[in-house]
Design a protein around this ligand. Structure first.
Ligand code: ARG
Length: 254
């Protein structure tokens, strides 16, 4: 028994010593774990079994710069902030908009992209502008992805204002499917995924008027020491053109 314990102790010590030098088991490098919702092209989506996209590539470049291992955890969008605040993930990166409400629970990096909430309708819809949604006496069914700013804004502006109802879906693509099936009258979602969903479905169009313009950033647990490190790496990747090159790879310039 004693011998056995000693053996464990020795193994642990070797492991600890080695860890300091070259690594031991899976703790060899700190790991940057990015929580995301990989149903949001071109920022994060599946290509086969792999999650790719603008956020995935920027985050991988940040991890490389910081000499950290990198992993992506895919989850529902509204699970990302809880994963970050509970320490299950090091950061959340998901085309996530900086909002005052979210800032009460997390810190954000500098912004690395702009998002626009747009409205997708069926071609020929009676909804032609944002104002049609917000007009006195309006009564529409609006599809959104749960927990997104599209959800938050329309819940306030439309549902709580008595101008219609909001149908919440786990994925933006499911909201768009409901639109093609006539179950919702429009979908409020970020412009880049909107473009992809519209080009993948016949008979849909994006209204010219914008619902809201927002900043995307990476979120962290409050007062995390990672915020400054990641932000520094992000700044370098913005300055040397890496971030723009990644964006250009996924979004063709208009
Ligand atoms: N920009 C919106 C927000 O922050 C939507 C983001 C959705 N992202 C995703 N990966 N599903 O609420």
């Amino acid at each position: 028994m004693k011998k056995f314990l000693k053996g464990i102790l020795a193994a642990t010590m070797v492991c600890t010593m080695t860890a300091a030098l070259a690594g031991c088991g899976s703790d060899e490098k700190d790991k940057l774990v990015m929580a995301t919702n990989a149903a949001f092209p071109p920022y994060e989506f599946y290509e086969g079994d792999t999650i790719v996209g603008i956020d995935a590539e920027i985050a991988a470049a940040i991890a490389e710069k910081l000499g950290m291992d990198f992993a992506i955890e895919d989850m529902e969008f509204d699970a990302i902030i809880p994963a970050v605040t509970s320490g299950k993930a090091s950061m959340g990166m998901a085309g996530m908009t900086v909002t005052a409400e979210r800032l009460e629970n997390v810190d954000f990096s500098d912004t690395y992209a702009t998002g626009v909430q747009v409205i997708i309708v069926k071609e020929g819809s009676s909804i032609q502008t944002v104002d049609d949604l917000l007009a006195d006496g309006a009564s529409h069914v609006v599809g959104v992805q749960t927990g997104t700013t599209g959800d938050i804004f329309t819940t306030g502006d439309i549902e709580e204002a008595g101008l219609g109802t909001v149908e919440r879906f786990n994925k933006g693509a499911d909201a768009v499917l409901a639109l093609t099936q006539g179950k919702v009258d429009c979908v409020v979602i970020d412009n880049e995924p909107a473009k992809q969903f519209v080009s993948a479905n016949e008979g849909l169009t994006i209204l010219d008027t914008e619902y809201a313009v927002e900043d995307y950033a990476i979120c962290f647990a409050k007062d995390s020491e990672l915020t400054e490190k990641v932000n520094g790496a992000l700044q370098e990747l913005i300055a040397d053109g890496t971030v723009q090159a990644i964006i250009d790879k996924y979004i063709s310039a208009e």
